[in-house]
Design a protein around this ligand. Structure first.
Ligand code: C5P
Length: 223
């Protein structure tokens, strides 16, 4: 059977990664979390005290690092910066606060997009991010644009944080969500934008499994 590429875009915490991962599992496809790639570069820059405003320095840093993913059975996908497991470190508040800046630079995006395209070359990839349907995989057979209100997305992040023992208030998270949405949608290079041929799914009032079912239904008719 033909292996398709599936692009899932949308704002922070719309549920993209959980859903993309489940869709990939069901289809036996590779799941690629492109946000994790930008987060890993941000983490590397912070660890190496690279100036986060310096596009050239960020680009040089990125050219010198390997970002890889490891999925074992049902376990959570692990993310590696060279040989270092950075799965947890890239979710820190410091990385979250700075990732939109790092990912706003054209040279950074060019290199990331090249890596992402190369992973999807043979098909069979579910990729989630901000510019997948518009820039990385404009020919993807299925494009989904996932949304949910900022309040609902902040609430989801709040519940996740509580489970991890983090204590940021719901108000702060809502503000952060809106700030990141604004930066991601207004940057000049590849802003967060719905591809013209993407199907919009609003997950505000839907359970994860319901969204997964809808996406699998959309994919099935195209197989
Ligand atoms: O998906 P996640 O929230 O982990 O992404 C972190 C950040 O990485 C986003 O807020 C955005 O600034 C950036 N990003 C991007 N393009 C992508 C994926 C993520 O600019 N394709």
């Amino acid at each position: 059977m033909k292996k398709m590429n599936i692009a899932i875009d949308g704002p922070a915490s719309a549920g993209k990664s959980t859903i993309a991962k489940k869709v990939a599992e069901q289809l036996g496809y590779i799941y690629l979390d492109t946000g994790a790639m930008y987060r890993t570069l941000t983490y590397a820059a912070l660890s190496n005290e690279v100036d986060l405003q310096d596009e050239e320095a960020l680009h040089t840093l990125l050219k010198g690092i390997r970002i890889t993913f490891l999925t074992a059975g049902n376990e959570m996908q692990r993310v590696f910066l060279n040989d270092e497991d950075v799965t947890d470190s890239i979710r820190s508040e410091e990385v979250t606060q700075n990732v939109s800046l790092v990912s706003s630079f054209a040279k950074v995006r060019e290199e990331m997009v090249a890596r992402q395209k190369s992973i999807a070359r043979s098909g069979g990839v579910v990729m989630d991010g901000r510019d997948i349907g518009t820039v990385v995989l404009p020919d993807a057979e299925v494009k989904i644009f996932m949304t949910a209100t900022a309040e609902e997305r902040a609430l989801r992040r709040y519940k996740e944080n509580i489970a991890k023992g983090m204590t940021t208030s719901l108000e702060e998270l809502t503000e952060d969500m809106k700030r990141r949405d604004h930066l991601d949608s207004t940057r000049s290079v590849s802003p967060l934008k719905k591809a013209e041929d993407a199907i919009v799914l609003d997950s505000t009032h839907l359970e994860i499994d319901e969204v997964v079912k809808q996406i699998l239904g959309i994919i099935e008719v195209r197989l």
